[in-house]
Design a protein around this ligand. Structure first.
Ligand code: FUB
Length: 369
């Protein structure tokens, strides 16, 4: 792995193209040729081309990169602003020895039919490891079409995973991301507005105000909704505390407003820690940025800093940020292969923290190509 990483500073300046690979459904590695293609209009090429994949949550477990994406499918559900067309039914796991190496498919690890409480729409998942057990966290709509967050447990990062009979008590909305702090505590960040239903809750209570995507949102001159955080219990199966809303502030210490669509939280929260600073990154949704804010503890408040990733092709933007042997990477998706919003493909690119702690903005599509 070390040898491959030596070439990565160079890759930061050129296209990192983990070639458009066809993964196998076994643990055998498929050897792929690394290609640096500076002529493409895309910064990076799709990692997987035989399934549509999205919302990649990447982690290093046992010295390998494991990727837990959504598995996009065409189910002919008409597109709407609540995301009905994102009608995913199962999860597959992938791994890589290095960010520019071959990708290995480990096959299906959990299906909606294996989750006793879930009815449909398996959206963006994440995974965590603790004491040799692996936990797959996932949102799904229950029998009443309300998003909850579930957990499934396995003995290997490759799965398979066995779902708990009920969703996590007190969970709601979508996009769980579990961050392990350096002191060994784990925190789940979650929530997403519009189809993700976060706007239907205040102080963790369901207050349905209608079914239009914006029903229940604050007024434009009121503070925007923030992502939700809860510390995980020792067994990783429940929240150890009442979930709390995170505040995202501007540089003057004022909360970002709901009408500040270029900066306020929409979905896809992710937290990483760099030089003792906590970086909360998230999608701004209808303005399609991956933005970031920094804080000095897992709960925030976080102060808005800027954009990590400019809009990709396709409506959604969803990412994870991971350190691999001292280098940082962003896993993200776009719709390069299909041209359709709900049929996405995952990608990876280098990410740089600059000397002053800011993140260098990533442009996923080259201008003028
Ligand atoms: O993949 C379904 C949804 O689209 C995710 O949960 C959101 O973050 C957006 O990427």
């Amino acid at each position: 792995m070390k040898n491959l990483f030596r070439s990565l500073p160079a890759l930061a300046a050129v296209t990192l193209l983990a070639s458009c690979s066809k993964p196998t459904e076994t643990t055998e590695t498929v050897t792929e040729t690394e290609v640096a293609d500076t002529t493409s209009k895309y910064l990076s090429q799709p990692l997987i081309s035989d399934h549509y994949t999205a919302d990649p949550s990447a982690h290093v477990f046992d010295g390998k990169i494991y990727i837990y994406p959504s598995h996009d499918v065409e189910s002919d559900v008409p597109e709407d602003d609540l995301g009905a067309h994102f009608n995913m039914m199962d999860y597959h796991v992938y791994s890589m020895d290095s960010p520019n190496g071959a990708i290995i498919a480990h096959g299906k690890v959990l299906g909606v039919e294996d989750i006793p409480w879930a009815k449909r729409q398996l959206w963006a998942p994440d995974a965590a490891e603790k004491d040799g057990k692996y936990y797959l966290y996932f949102p799904a709509k229950d029998k009443n079409d309300i998003f909850k967050i579930g957990v499934a447990v396995g003995d290997s990062p490759k799965g398979p995973f066995t779902a708990q009979p009920e969703p996590i008590k007190g969970s709601y909305s979508i996009d769980p991301a579990v961050f392990q702090d350096s002191d060994g505590e784990y925190y789940m960040y979650f929530g997403g507005i519009w189809g993700g239903q976060l706007q239907k809750y205040r102080n963790n209570k369901f207050e349905d105000k209608g079914n239009a995507p914006t029903d229940g949102l604050p007024a434009d001159d009121e503070p925007a909704l923030g992502p939700i955080i809860a510390k995980m219990s020792g067994d990783m199966l429940q929240f150890a505390e009442t979930p709390k809303e995170i505040k995202i502030l501007d540089k003057n210490g004022n909360e970002l407003l709901n009408g500040d669509n270029n900066r306020r939280f929409f979905e896809a929260a992710w937290v990483h820690k760099f030089n003792e600073t906590y970086y909360l990154s998230y999608s701004t949704g209808d303005t399609h940025f991956i933005a970031y804010a920094t804080g000095d503890n897992p709960y925030g408040p976080f102060t808005y800093q800027g954009v990590v990733l400019n809009p990709v092709e396709g409506w959604t933007n969803h990412h994870s940020i991971v350190e691999v042997d001292g280098n940082w990477f962003i896993f993200y998706h776009d719709t390069q292969l299909s041209g359709k919003t709900h049929l996405r493909n995952i990608k990876v690119a280098p990410l740089s923290h600059l000397e002053n702690g800011s993140i260098q903005k990533i442009e996923p599509v080259r201008q003028g190509k």
